[in-house]
Design a protein around this ligand. Structure first.
Ligand code: PAF
Length: 281
């Protein structure tokens, strides 16, 4: 396993892989690796001859009052896990290498798809998806992977990356969950043992909604009993627009706060929308 600290070192090795006709699978991470990340990497190994993982805590996707400084940085443990998985390369760039021209980004270049950045998590975190797309595009430009894997847990992020990365195959990986249903996330480290128990309620309630046991208004009431609700929405899973007669798959998406920790989760289902309490949406 090779660790690349600079773009030059990395690109030399990537060129060698390409010359010998090997495909490159890429998994972008901010470190703080957990089993969810490892499942993305396993998927990448099935999809490509070589697997490259980046570890870069991207400052442009954090607002000034968010946890950029305190975000879990666990490089030694991350490298240990990646070695065991047989990853070929790790890219650990500096902020200056990723943003040689500074960290500013353009918010107005997304035309009619700009709504994707502004709905759901984009309402509470208006900077977030612009920062994510900025770093993902930059990493793609440096690495030029054949295929990249992103988790379904960050469903809105996944849809935005799919929308704006036309020349790279984007594959989504299923959500990995703790025993109580809590979707795995680096930020789960912020939860106290009691909060971890409560956190499982998010998936429980979303599942009840997906199964037609709760309608959306009662699901919101149920969520509010345990969390401070940011949003619960049911949208077309392909476009993240309102459900229409064209909708073939629906996305049930939610974000909640538990203490200071923000949790997101979703269920994608082919369940008929009428069964989910359409009138209440
Ligand atoms: O999902 C994440 O960990 C990050 O948003 C990503 C895609 C690595 C970009 O920094």
């Amino acid at each position: 396993m090779q660790i690349f600290n600079t773009i030059n070192e990395l690109q030399k090795v990537l060129a060698g892989w390409r010359e010998s006709q090997q495909t490159i699978g890429f998994v972008a991470t901010m470190g703080g690796l957990h089993l969810g990340h490892l499942s993305l990497i396993k998927l990448a190994k099935n999809q490509a001859d070589r697997v490259l993982v980046s570890i870069f805590v991207n400052p442009t996707q954090f607002a000034a009052d968010e946890d950029f400084e305190s975000y879990p940085r666990t490089l030694a443990a991350d490298l240990e896990q990646l070695k065991k998985l047989g990853v070929d390369g790790i890219f650990t760039p500096t902020i200056e290498q990723i943003y040689p021209q500074g960290k500013g980004f353009e918010r107005n270049q997304f035309g009619e798809k700009k709504y994707l950045f502004e709905i759901l998590c984009g309402k509470t975190r208006p900077h977030f998806f612009f920062g994510v797309l900025q770093v993902v595009k930059r990493l793609f430009e440096i690495i030029k992977p054949d295929v990249a894997i992103f988790g379904q847990k960050d469903y809105q992020q996944l849809q935005i990356i799919k929308q704006f990365s036309s020349n790279i195959e984007i594959i989504s990986a299923e959500i990995l969950r703790e025993k109580n249903g809590l979707a795995m996330s680096t930020r789960n480290q912020y939860l106290s043992p009691d909060e971890r128990k409560i956190a499982g309620k998010l998936y429980e309630i979303l599942s009840q909604l997906a199964d037609g046991k709760l309608q959306i208004t009662s699901a919101k009431v149920a969520l509010k009993q345990h969390f401070s609700l940011d949003y619960l929405e049911i949208l077309d899973a392909n476009s993240l627009e309102k459900i229409s007669p064209k909708t073939s798959k629906i996305a049930i998406l939610s974000a909640v706060f538990l203490g200071k920790t923000r949790l997101i989760d979703n269920i994608i289902t082919e369940q008929k929308f009428e069964n989910l309490g359409e009138k209440n949406v």
